[in-house]
Ligand binder design. Structure first.
Ligand code: AMP
Ligand code: MG
Length: 333
């Protein structure tokens, strides 16, 4: 398949170019596009054969449901049959932004989108290009991250192209994703708001609106979030999540092949490469997936990466890093 690449400035999106990508979505094709979290791989959520192409392009297991993206809050009614008042408050407070809300689904939503579940996950991105693409497509867009299944999500157009050239009709190059980690997923179908996947919006942020919110899914072992049982975010290199960077030298000693360290503000380590994750956790989140992929490009075979504490966006970084490391740390945590 020949993939068209459209370069669009997110500060002044070119309407004609976005319209080209929107016509691909309306025609049942696949468009990869930037969002504030990571690049997404989109299709018309109400066109089952278009959505099936997403699973083929990514090599994604069919039992891993997709998030449907909307451009106006009112569109949530096309997808959800029941909207609890607390969920509406979350939409008002956090949309557009990196929060995905799970609701009971309308029967019109194709089973392929929800992987056969009775629920649907919905998000309204804040990114100008994503917003305009959804608006012009005139339909919710089902979109997982635009990577081959199992690889770190792409946060730059180059990494999106590395995985998706030749597999999709169009890729929009709209610059780097500012947040760099996938959205928070909160389940609003039960008695208590439950975070199934941590992200930039924390359980505490949600509780400030709803009164209470708990972490669930993988932390409780419940099978509510099917995607979480799959290996995610793994570069080819081995990854160790390091909670005490004083252990780095010992872990690097005797390592075979090229070694790398990822740490805040870089640092002085006896590794072949030291990648600077930035000065704070927000920059670390924005750079983590980029750096995991960069290490592969640089031929690294062992990556030691700082495992931050669980405060704020630290919980989301920990979640992705521990998955990338397959649970391997410098000590039990
Ligand atoms: P991705 O878009 O690739 O970041 O993956 C979406 C994540 O949301 C996966 O972990 C899915 O398992 C999860 N998800 C999407 N829809 C639902 C749903 N209806 N119920 C539970 N989890 C969902
Ligand atoms: Mg993904």
């Amino acid at each position: 398949m020949n993939t068209e690449v459209l370069k669009i400035n997110p500060d002044a999106p070119d309407a004609a170019l976005i319209e080209r990508a929107a016509s691909v979505i309306r025609g049942g094709g696949l468009a990869a596009f930037p969002t504030e979290t990571v690049y997404g791989l989109g299709a018309d959520a109400f066109n089952p054969s278009a959505v099936e192409k997403i699973f083929r392009a990514k090599g994604r297991p069919a039992d891993n449901p997709l998030i449907s993206h909307i451009s106006e809050i009112s569109q949530v009614r096309l997808l959800a049959r029941e909207i609890p008042p607390e969920a509406e408050c979350l939409m008002e407070r956090f949309w557009g932004g990196p929060l995905t809300i799970i609701l009971k689904k309308r029967p019109e939503v194709p089973a392929v989108v929800s992987a056969g579940l009775d629920t649907v996950s919905v998000r309204m991105p804040s990114h100008s290009v994503a917003h305009e693409l959804i608006r012009r497509s005139g339909t919710p867009i089902a979109a997982p991250s635009a990577n081959l299944s199992g690889s770190p999500s792409p946060t730059t157009a180059a990494h999106c192209m590395a995985d998706m050239l030749g597999r999709v009709d169009v890729i929009i190059d709209g610059g780097d994703s500012l947040i760099g980690l996938e959205s928070t997923v909160v389940d609003m179908t039960g008695p208590v708001p439950t975070v199934l996947r941590p992200g930039a919006i924390t359980a505490e942020d949600i509780a400030s609106v709803t009164g209470r919110c708990v972490y669930g899914g993988e932390s409780s072992g419940a099978p509510k979030c099917p995607g979480m049982k799959y290996t995610h975010y793994s570069p080819r290199a081995d990854v160790v999540a390091v909670s005490d960077m004083k252990n780095a030298a010992a872990l690097l000693a005797g390592a075979k092949g090229k070694t790398a360290v990822i740490d805040l503000c870089g640092g002085d380590y006896p590794a072949d490469v030291v990648y600077d994750a930035g000065a704070d956790l927000a920059s670390y989140a924005a750079r983590l997936f980029y750096l995991l992929r960069r290490a592969d490009e640089d031929g690294v075979s062992l990556i030691l990466a700082r495992l931050p504490g669980p405060e704020g966006i630290g919980a989301a970084i920990r979640n992705r890093l521990l998955k990338a490391a397959g649970g391997r740390t410098d000590k039990p945590c």
